[in-house]
Design a protein around this ligand. Structure first.
Ligand code: G16
Length: 541
């Protein structure tokens, strides 16, 4: 049978509901799982094309809806070096996903093959994994149908965190090269991270234990596994208490727990029994985000979010670079989004004296901007982020000869960090250990970490509107250009509050508009958020 006939037949098993329009957004396709079968099938076709286009390099497919509720699912593609799919291909993904019939799908597929000059004899290679959602297994079957029909070589990595799959993709593609990323297996990931953690600690002891809420997602089991590769608590290693790791009751995923719950509600999961000043952290459903928090002496909840991780990491790495005698050679910068607390941005530029760049939401934007520095630290306030070292910076670190014992220690720590940090994408497990290393080096608890600067009180509100696509932003999502007049109303409101700042943007992962507001006091921040939310609600009716 010719390929187009096979494609027609296979596509017939994955019909697209006529009324739905799909879009490859902030984190790939994400929606109610019941709608996803044809989308995943078509993403499988695109993964095959992408691999062929790149000369048979391995492409990753991750089936996850991360922080979304249990009934949702999603799918996204991972490029060969572990980055997010190249932006120009997002449009192809959207086009394939919206083909209204099997025949049109085959037509678009063939046209893409021709336009992209894809050679049919080039092999296609794909690796894939999924999170713990109940719908994952059926969606994998749709993906496999696409991989089979296109003659793609594929490996099923089963249940994995999203960043683990990114690690696998880069490891597979760099095997046998000058810069192998790691052993392309789950065990390889644990070995690499575990060994780097031990080196980066430099014999220091963690200050007490940390409790990690795993959102009842895929991160729980994986964290338990990773712990086996770390120095054991009984031998003076870090004690990690794993909670909310129930993946057998699907409805518990991200419910009243997890990084998104904690960040949005600015409170600990109701199940948390942490005592005062005890270090706590929450992952999200696919373990690519992490936020930290603690209960203060006066019983107040204190959040240490992505901005805090960015500032902690940037100051630590900056100090190490200076101690290693590389302060003038390595240009360190921080990348944030509009959600970054104004105080954090101020602290980075005024106290740390580092450049700060603001990009739209979405790791792909931040990652890209971070690669412009020798060492780029990027974190979204929601806890999604990592640190990237440029090839030149890695070379400098590898070849610099230390001139004193202190320089050697700093250099060794920096080298260990380049392995501890998952440079492909934000990785909650690797970020957890990065923070623990820094706190251990500084001899800090969460209180000392918090005391570096004072957050402006802020509020995040989620608003459901008739059509979120009418909300279009400019200036790294800080201003609305449509609907007309709405930004003027927001500006007028913001002007009434001391240190007020607010913006509204359509979510790329949920059917909603998000409003962020900050101001000098808690009352004012809440008030401003509610008022801007009302403006958005009216405009979105
Ligand atoms: C995804 C993206 C993040 C983004 C978040 C919320 O995270 O990867 O970059 O911050 O969605 O995006 P939005 O506000 O557009 O809904 P995750 O953890 O859900 O994959």
């Amino acid at each position: 049978m010719a390929l187009h006939e096979k494609l027609l037949e296979a596509s017939g098993k994955h019909p697209k509901p006529a009324e739905h329009q799909f879009q490859y957004g902030t984190a790939g396709f994400r929606m109610k799982a019941t709608l996803l079968d044809p989308v995943v099938f078509r993403v499988g076709l695109l993964a095959a094309l992408r691999s062929k286009r790149l000369g048979g390099q391995t492409i990753g497919v991750m089936i996850t809806a991360s922080h979304n509720p249990p009934e949702d699912n999603g799918v996204k593609l991972v490029d060969p070096m572990g980055e997010m799919l190249e932006a120009s291909w997002e449009a192809y993904a959207t086009k394939l996903a919206n083909a209204s019939s099997d025949a049109e799908l085959v037509e678009i597929y063939n046209k893409l093959s021709t336009d992209l000059k894809i050679k049919s004899e080039t092999p296609a290679r794909v690796v894939y994994a999924r999170d713990t959602r109940a719908s994952g297994a059926t969606l994998v079957a749709a993906l496999v149908d696409a991989l089979e029909v296109t003659g793609t070589q594929y490996t099923d990595y089963k249940l994995m965190t999203t960043p683990q799959l990114h690690y696998i993709v880069r490891s597979v593609n760099t095997q046998g090269s000058e810069a192998p990323f790691g052993e392309p297996s789950e065990t390889g990931y644990y070995k690499k991270v575990g060994a780097a953690f031990k080196k980066a600690m430099q014999g220091r002891k963690a200050n007490g234990s940390i409790t990690v809420d795993c959102a009842n997602g895929v991160g729980g089991g994986k964290l338990r596994e990773l712990i086996k590769y770390l120095p054991q608590a009984s031998e003076g290693g870090l004690e990690i208490k794993v909670v909310n790791d129930d993946v057998l009751k699907p409805e518990r995923l991200n419910y009243q727990c997890g990084a998104d719950f904690v960040k949005t509600n600015q409170r600990a999961p109701p199940s948390s029994h942490a005592g005062q000043l005890a270090r706590c952290a929450s992952l999200d459903g696919d373990a690519d985000r992490i936020v930290f928090y603690f209960i203060d002496h006066d019983g107040k909840f204190v959040l240490l979010d992505g901005d805090r991780i960015a500032t902690l990491a940037a100051s630590f790495i900056g100090d190490l670079a200076k101690q290693a005698g590389l302060g003038d050679e390595l240009r360190i910068g921080v990348v944030q989004t509009a959600y970054a607390n104004g105080s954090s941005t101020q602290y980075i530029s005024k106290s740390l004296k580092l450049p700060v760049v603001c990009t739209p939401t979405g790791v792909k934007h931040l990652h890209h901007a971070a690669t412009k520095f020798d060492i780029g630290v990027y974190f979204e306030a929601n806890g999604h982020g990592t640190v990237v070292f440029s090839p030149a910076a890695l070379k400098t670190l590898a070849t610099t000869e230390p001139q004193s014992p202190a320089q050697k220690t700093a250099l060794d720590t920096l080298r260990a960090l380049t392995d501890l940090i998952n440079q492909t994408v934000g990785d909650a497990l690797s970020d957890l250990l990065l923070v623990e290393v820094i706190l251990a080096h500084k001899g800090w608890g969460p209180k000392e970490w918090e005391s570096t600067y004072t957050d402006l009180p802020n509020r995040l509100v989620r608003i459901e509107v008739a059509d979120r696509n009418i909300f279009k932003t400019v200036d790294a999502e800080r201003r609305l250009e449509s609907p007309p007049g709405v930004q003027d109303q927001i500006d007028a409101l913001v002007g009434k509050y001391k240190a007020g700042r607010s913006f509204a943007r359509a979510s790329g992962t949920e059917d909603a508009v998000r409003v962020y507001a900050e101001a000098a006091t808690r009352g004012e921040a809440d008030d401003l958020a509610q008022k801007v939310a009302t403006v958005v609600k009216q405009a979105g009716r």
